[in-house]
Design a protein around this ligand. Structure first.
Ligand code: AMP
Length: 424
């Protein structure tokens, strides 16, 4: 039997209400902040990610799905979407129309990582980008939007940590300092960190290995080595968070896995997630547009992992949003089926939902199947009911029943505007 590829997973119908709730809530909230959706191709020229994310990052050096197409072009399945969004912005000169541009996206990303709970090789992100402004208030607004989404989804227990990782004018000196400090006690670091010390020394700060924690503690912190511009930007960003009453912690060792970040970076973690507790992350990327051949343009954005958000989503939030029909029409016989099909059309035209049972061999079998599809109500139409015009409405949860006419049923459909469920 052929199975799904390792690290990928099918999202089955029973999980779908969670995904749909997340997507629709995100679309609603992002719209209230003036963000518009963008969709870019799943694959891009490999060079985009080499230039944008950086050759020395784990994502580019170890995790990309890169392949030649039939004409020999090197293509890569997108491992993240900021580089694609900035490419599209340059290509279509989107900044001419709105400044700043506020964009969001929802879609799959691909990274060849070691699969575990909350970590996949195909995973989904919801992300947002603000392109064309370096105002620290916009960073606080984007984070406020992200936190509002979590609040609306009733996801509790998230923590915001922030940092500034400097800019091209202050970071090189700090990297030299850090490299020297690491090389002084190189033998105390794990093999990965020893490798990172020459390739991408900032990531040493981010190592999760138990044995590295003590030597990391004594390394210099970038927050003590910021230039005046970065220091003042960070202070303003913090004060904007405070004005918006967003609680946060500064973690001076927070660095991100992608090279394009500078100045503000942040992460949102959630204790419900276990080992892979990073729910979302982002930061400023003022150099990315120029790196990709566009005119210099400031940018700030974030991405949130949807599989992780699904894990953190409480059951109540999903229940409240369920939109599958609660009513199942159970006609017993061909004549009843004809009548029931007509009533089903009227119910759906009124914007409500119902299942129609086609092959009710017996009442008992029909009720069992209504139960299986998780209907709350069964509306039974047999010979008796056809004659009297009174259907039997059975409440499958309370195990009670009463009689109802077609007119009463359609009246119930007209109430409770907007909901697919019928309020009896
Ligand atoms: P990044 O693009 O690395 O900044 O990641 C942003 C968010 O995407 C993370 O906080 C995770 O929630 C999610 N994420 C990243 N990589 C994976 C993965 N391999 N599987 C599932 N979620 C991921």
């Amino acid at each position: 039997m052929v199975r799904a590829v390792k690290g990928t997973k099918d999202i089955l119908p029973e999980e779908m209400p969670r995904w749909q709730l997340i997507e629709s809530t995100a679309r609603n909230i992002f719209a209230t902040f003036g963000f518009e959706e963008i969709r870019t191709p799943l694959f891009e020229e490999t060079e985009l990610f080499h230039r944008g994310i950086g050759e020395a990052t784990d994502v580019v050096s170890k995790e990309m799905y890169t392949f030649p197409d039939r004409s020999g072009n090197s293509l890569t399945l997108r491992p993240e979407m900021t580089a694609s969004v900035v490419r599209a912005t340059i290509e279509h000169r989107l900044e001419l129309y709105r400044n700043p541009l506020r964009l969001f996206y929802i879609g799959p990303m691909f990274r060849y990582e070691r699969p575990q709970k909350g970590r996949y090789r195909q995973f989904h992100q919801i992300g947002a980008e603000v392109i064309g402004s370096d105002h620290p208030a916009i960073e606080a607004e984007a984070i406020e939007m992200l936190l509002l989404l979590l609040e609306r989804l009733q996801v509790r227990g998230s923590e915001l940590v922030i940092n500034s990782i400097g800019c091209p004018s202050c970071r090189p000196d700090f990297l030299n300092l850090l490299r020297n400090a690491v090389s002084e006690k190189l033998e105390r670091f794990c093999a990965d960190c020893r490798d990172r010390s020459s390739r991408n020394v900032l990531r040493v700060l981010d190592c999760k290995q138990e044995t590295c924690q003590e030597p990391i503690e004594s390394l210099p912190a970038i927050s003590d080595h910021l230039c005046e511009g970065c220091r003042s930007h960070f202070l303003q960003f913090r004060s904007w968070l405070e004005k918006r009453r967003v609680p946060y912690q500064v973690r001076s060792r927070l660095v991100r896995g992608l090279d394009y970040y500078e100045k503000t970076t942040f992460e949102i973690s959630n204790g419900l997630l276990g080992a892979q507790n990073a729910l979302a992350g982002g930061g400023r990327y003022d150099g990315l547009s120029a790196l990709l051949g566009g005119k210099p343009s400031k940018g700030f954005g974030f991405a949130m992992g949807m599989e992780r958000l699904v894990l953190a989503l409480p059951e109540e939030a999903v229940k409240e949003s369920s939109s599958t029909p609660e009513l199942c029409l159970v006609p017993l016989g061909e004549k009843a089926l004809e009548v029931a099909a007509g009533v089903a059309s009227k119910i759906r035209q009124a914007g409500k939902g119902c299942y129609l049972e086609y092959e009710a061999r017996s009442l008992k079998a029909a009720l069992r199947s209504a139960d299986r599809i998780r209907a709350r109500w069964a509306l039974i139409l047999g010979d008796n009911e056809l004659q009297t015009g009174q259907w039997v409405l059975k409440d499958l949860t309370a195990q009670t029943q009463r009689l109802i006419t077609e007119t009463e049923l359609l009246e119930a459909c007209a109430s409770g505007a907007g909901k697919t469920q019928i309020l009896f």
